[in-house]
Design a protein around this ligand. Structure first.
Ligand SMILES: Nc1ncnc2c1ncn2[C@@H]1O[C@H](COP(=O)(O)OP(=O)(O)O)[C@@H](O)[C@H]1O
Ligand SMILES: [Mg+2]
Length: 566
């Protein structure tokens, strides 16, 4: 007796549907793709019960004739490609001809559609993929697809859906992501007839960026552009201090398609480089326009994975564009917060974080300005505030520098540079420092303490739990050694401190331990030395932990404060 059987069409189509339709948000995603491909200018998504009960997407796009309606729910029926070779020049969001049959097979679907050129439209009803009726109907040009009772015929899948709130959350995320690269298209999302998102066709990405990132971050975004033959990259980058512990605010678009790609994520991280620590992710949007023949979009049914034909080149271009933009990054916060105040309160806010941005400031994205670099125009030290901040007069107004953060950055950069050049400057201690550790730590230090000599730390086991510190990096001479070494012990134990990231972490720790504490009073000479060192840095805007080193209170702000201007 044979065991292998060909599956019936119904089972097969439900299996296929499983790949495309995971949850209500995936239905929304596919229907939005179709409306965009149909050239829609206005798209309305309206859902009920988190999309579990009802999802309806209506557009004013090209519409479908009666014959097309009958075909569109057939598997592999598409108007977008004809042959294999077309797969390499896909310019549309869809091309697989799988979405409508997949969604249809796991829901009750009603498609109403009319091409502009025809007088009447048609309404096509299906349940579980089976056609129920096809009738003429009066309707505006365009298409509206209603999906009811998702997974009604697949109770197991239905059980896996989350609460309406959670599903709604995914839908909001999807609509926001999808709307971003199409500023010329109006998007509206309604939940139980209440408007939760509205992006008017404003022709500007900035408003939509605010919806993804929130106002503060959107206002701080820096723009990076790289135009090359066959490829165009434009990125909107939040300064490093807005880092997240997950990559959830990293939005990547390839030819306007929202993709999730680890390779691009890595390139973005490399572009931010040392401005972020391990495990920190920046908030950023990347738009990559590339010759369709140079990217394969046919990797996964959800079309959210891609493969570049020349990945290395894309990688280096992204890294370079981001590095360039961040190298001249200076605090634009004050200015933008300032202009941000001109924003009127959102009009149709239903819930925090979801707003109408028609009033949003167009100037939120500013060109990065190398403010402090301007030669011959160096800030003049005025004094010190609370033994914590160095105050300077600068061209823009009052410059405030966090002395601890600044010193930390200076030490970090210098350690890193010296180490890279193989010449960590050390200081031999005239009187070695005697240090005592708990038994367990002492054991690890005795075994692995020699690993530290690369970093300019010479430690001698004196016997028992006692050690003598004979030589230290010159920059670290004032550190609290007992604390610092204890902190390193877990790394030593695990044999870390090998690759660049681990070594960087080590320098960050060193910097932190050596840095001037807030509350330490500085002489004028010390302040001016620190300022000079800071001006020489590549990355003077953040401490190694990403905290800002300085901020400006600009003249316009000060004038406003004193009501010299309104
Ligand atoms: N909103 C719409 N407006 C016009 N035509 C549509 C719309 N949605 C679907 N279609 C038609 O139905 C076809 C099948 O859609 P779909 O199953 O999503 O496959 P694909 O998008 O991969 O072609 C599309 O190729 C298109 O011709
Ligand atoms: Mg499609």
């Amino acid at each position: 007796m044979n065991n292998i059987r060909i599956l019936g069409e119904k089972v097969a189509s439900q299996i296929a549907a499983g790949e495309v339709v995971e949850r209500p948000a995936s239905v929304v995603r596919e229907l939005l793709d179709n409306s965009i491909d149909a050239g829609a200018r206005r798209i309305l998504v309206s859902v009920e019960g988190g999309g579990k009960r009802k999802i309806k997407v209506s557009d004013d796009g090209s519409g479908m004739s009666r014959d097309d309606l009958l075909l569109c729910v057939e598997r592999h029926a598409t108007s977008k490609i004809r042959s294999v070779s077309d797969l390499f020049s896909v310019r549309t969001m869809g091309f697989r001809g799988e979405a409508l049959p997949s969604i249809g097979s796991v829901s009750k679907m009603v498609i109403t559609s009319r091409p502009e050129s025809e007088l009447v439209g048609h309404v096509f009803r299906l349940a579980g993929g089976k056609a129920l009726s096809l009738d003429e109907t009066g309707c505006p040009p365009g298409t509206s697809i209603l999906v009811r009772d998702l997974f009604y015929n697949l109770p197991v899948r239905k059980k896996f859906l989350k609460s309406p709130r959670t599903e709604m959350h995914h839908i909001v995320d999807t609509v926001t992501r999808w709307a971003l690269p199409f500023p010329e298209v109006e998007f509206t999302l309604e939940d139980d007839r209440k408007r939760v998102l509205h992006f008017p066709a404003a022709g500007d990405k900035v408003m939509r960026l605010s919806s993804l990132f929130g106002r503060e971050v959107a206002a701080s975004l820096l723009e990076a552009v790289d135009k090359g033959p066959g490829m165009h990259i434009s990125a909107y980058l939040a300064p490093p201090e807005f880092f997240r512990n997950r990559g959830d605010r990293l939005y990547v678009y390839v030819n306007q398609r929202n993709v999730r790609d680890r390779f691009i994520t890595r390139a973005v991280l490399e572009g931010y480089g040392r401005r972020l620590m391990k495990g920190q992710y920046p908030q950023a949007v990347l738009f990559i326009q590339i010759e369709p023949s140079r990217v394969d979009v046919n990797v996964h049914p959800t079309k959210q994975e891609i493969r570049f034909r020349d990945g290395r080149l894309v990688f280096t271009k992204i890294v370079a564009a981001i590095e360039r933009a961040l190298a001249v990054q200076f605090q634009t916060f004050v200015e933008t917060e300032f202009s941000g105040r001109a924003w009127s309160p959102p009009l149709s806010v239903q819930e925090p974080g979801q707003m109408d941005f028609s009033q949003a400031s167009q100037s939120a994205i500013q060109e990065a300005k190398p403010l402090m670099r301007s030669s011959g125009d160096e800030p003049l030290i005025i004094g010190n505030l609370g033994n914590t901040y160095i105050l300077c007069q600068a061209r823009e107004g009052l410059l405030m520098i966090d002395q601890h953060a600044a010193h930390e950055r200076v030490v970090y950069e210098k350690m890193r540079r010296d180490f890279g050049q193989g010449k960590v400057q050390t200081q031999v201690l005239l009187v070695p420092i005697k240090l005592d550790f708990p038994v367990k730590e002492a054991k690890i230090l005795a075994e692995k303490g020699s690993m530290l000599s690369r970093f300019g730390i010479e430690l001698e086991h004196f016997g028992g739990t006692t050690f003598l510190l004979r030589e230290v990096p010159a920059l670290l001479s004032g550190a609290k050694w007992e604390d610092f070494l204890s902190e390193l012990i877990p790394d030593l134990e695990k044999g870390r401190l090998q690759d660049q990231g681990e070594v960087d972490d080590m320098f960050m720790r060193m910097a932190c331990h050596s840095a001037l504490r807030a509350g330490h009073s500085l002489t004028h000479e010390e302040m001016s030395l620190l300022l000079r060192q800071l001006l020489e840095m590549d990355l003077p805007s953040n401490c190694p932990h990403g905290r800002p080193i300085f901020r400006y209170l600009t003249y316009p702000e000060i004038e406003k404060m004193f009501k010299r201007v309104v």
